[in-house]
Write a protein that binds this ligand. Structure first.
Ligand code: FMN
Length: 208
């Protein structure tokens, strides 16, 4: 096996991290800039944390090109709110465009052609084309340094969920209708149209 210590270059750690932990779901996070304009960016270091209260987390790193904090956490720390929009296949190219490093204050809705719509409980806009929206209130964060590539984890309490009727059957989300995409290593993405079922063994079954 190839083995390595993790105290070397950021890029080495990063490429093995994203090649090992995959496919990763993609949160498209919308926030409000200081001037009131919108900001949108995708984050694949993203997970569920708690069902009740409903908490989600994502992880922006210090920008490797400039060593500065990204616009998304900058906005969240000031406004204390954000929307997580779930990425899906039909709009992944537009979502990819929102990852462009625009100067602070410029609106990635405009660049990508995605459509902003009002949220119900917070000021940050939702993305109309996304099939699931979580309106989130900032809960807390942990930072792991201020060097390029250093990460932080930001958690948010989901105070309102919006799900497109077209992906629901009997109050359940149908994966084949949502068509989520996952991020892989480099520029790879995953489609999620090859699923299989596996039941969990319960204690009673094991003891038989
Ligand atoms: C699909 C995808 C997933 C990404 N995931 C992350 C991530 O988890 N963490 C991160 O720091 N950057 C991630 N990026 C890069 C950011 O989206 C990019 O740095 C963006 O410019 C940040 O925008 P902001 O400054 O408006 O917050 C990802 C990019 C893409 C295309």
């Amino acid at each position: 096996m190839k083995s390595f210590d993790t105290n070397g270059a950021f890029a080495d750690n990063y490429k093995f991290l994203i090649g090992s932990i995959l496919p990763r779901p993609i949160a498209v996070v919308s926030t409000v800039n200081e001037s009131g304009t919108n900001n949108v960016a995708p984050f694949s270091f993203f997970t569920a944390v708690s069902a009740s209260p409903m908490i989600v987390a994502f992880c922006p790193m210090i920008r490797s090109s400039t060593g500065t904090i990204k616009d998304t956490p900058r906005n969240i720390f000031r406004e204390k709110e954000f929307v997580i929009n779930i990425a899906s296949e039909g709009i992944i190219e537009k979502i990819n465009m929102t990852s462009t490093e625009l100067p602070y204050g410029e609106d990635e809705f405009v660049l990508s052609g995605l459509t902003p719509i009002d949220s119900e409980k917070i000021k940050a806009k939702r993305i109309k084309e996304c099939l699931i929206h979580f309106e989130c209130i900032y809960r807390d964060h942990l930072s792991y340094g201020d060097k390029p590539g250093a990460g932080m984890i930001i958690t948010g309490e989901v105070v309102k969920v919006h799900i497109a009727e077209e992906i629901l059957e009997d109050h359940r989300i149908i994966t084949k209708k949502l068509k989520p995409v996952g991020r892989g290593v480099g520029n790879d993405y995953f489609r999620c149209d090859d699923t299989f079922e596996l039941s969990r063994l319960m204690k009673a079954q094991i003891q038989k």
